[in-house]
Design a protein around this ligand. Structure first.
Ligand code: FAD
Length: 289
């Protein structure tokens, strides 16, 4: 399949990229990052933008840096770069672990971390990571810059709080001082997961002091599982506490069934991923002390 005709621009500044989105507004323009989701969608004619604004030459967007207790990932940081980065390993090991589950190495060499978050596929790993870490999205549009918390960013399948003329320039991930785990079930390695779980747990004086749990594949957007977090905090983190957290999380789930898994199977898979994810994060939190 070939995409429908479109025009294409390669700006070198964020301001020019925004101006191009405004100039071509009537052609339903799209930002092009790594192209690993957008180009297949165009080839299958599921997306038909009349103009593409390629970010590859925009200065400063390929930066990955530490800013105080945040890891800042620029819009053109490739997934493979982040996966191998010492800064990511240090400040956001949950992201590094999740990246190992995203597609295959050739896709990760082109695909960007931020592009995956902007794309907001409900089955994708990185939106769930952003949600678990309480990431902040830095967005630039015709009215200037604004920050959007991850909890307000994902609005529906492939739908975010980004306006059509806005660019997600960076994602800011706060450091989580504790253990982490990303666990998923996919039918074949590298395929989109049926369910994924991102878990973060901190332990102080033998008890869970903080927990953050998010899941993909169980709702139209990635979801924070607050009931699991509440069930964990204050507990010693033994098997009974983990099981109580799994019960609390899945009691509130109402996933849709599809060709990949029925609703009941999806819930069962979520239980397995939650048990493994929370358990692994707890063990790592205890090892850090
Ligand atoms: P693009 O494809 O360039 O863009 C995707 C969308 O986001 C477009 O609508 C674009 O306009 C928008 N966008 C991108 N960047 C910005 C920005 N900075 N500001 C505003 N809008 C922006 N993904 C997974 O999560 N898990 C998988 O297991 C997985 N498996 C895959 C397997 C294959 C074979 C392939 C081809 C892809 C797979 N993907 C998977 C998708 C892949 O990881 C993509 O890289 C990712 O979803 C999008 O990143 P990108 O940089 O390629 O974005």
């Amino acid at each position: 399949m070939k995409p429908p005709p479109f025009t294409y621009s390669v700006p070198t500044t964020v301001a020019d990229a925004v101006a191009l989105l405004v100039e071509h507004a009537e052609e339903e323009p799209r930002v092009l990052a790594g192209g690993q989701s957008l180009v297949p969608l165009m080839n299958f004619r599921l997306a038909q933008p009349g103009h593409l604004v390629d970010l590859r030459r925009v200065t400063g967007l390929d930066t990955l840096r530490l800013d105080g207790d945040h890891l800042v990932v620029g819009a053109m940081v490739r997934q493979a770069t982040a996966e191998r980065s010492p800064e990511v390993a240090l400040a956001a090991p949950l992201l590094a672990e999740a990246l190992g589950h995203v597609a295959h190495p050739p896709v990760r060499h082109s695909g960007t971390v931020v592009g995956s978050i902007a794309h907001a596929d409900p089955a994708a790993e990185l939106p769930a990571v952003a949600l678990a870490l309480d990431a902040e999205m830095t967005v630039v549009g015709p009215q200037g810059e604004r920050r959007i918390p991850a909890g307000e960013f994902f609005l529906g399948p492939f739908t975010t709080a980004l306006a059509p003329e806005e660019i997600l320039t960076e994602v800011r991930l706060p450091r989580f001082p504790g253990g982490h785990a990303f666990v998923e079930f996919a039918r074949t390695h590298g395929n989109f997961a049926v369910v994924g779980v991102a878990a973060l747990v901190a332990v102080e004086d033998g008890r869970v002091s903080r927990a953050a749990v998010a899941a993909s594949g169980v709702a139209p957007t990635p979801v924070r599982l607050a009931a699991a977090e509440e069930a964990l905090v204050g507990m010693t983190g033994d098997d009974t506490a983990v099981e109580a957290a799994v019960d609390a999380a899945t009691a509130g789930l109402d996933p849709a069934g599809d060709v990949h898994a029925s609703a009941a199977t999806r819930t069962d898979i979520a239980r397995v991923c939650l048990r493994e994810g929370i358990g692994r994060a707890l063990r790592r939190a205890e090892d850090r002390r």
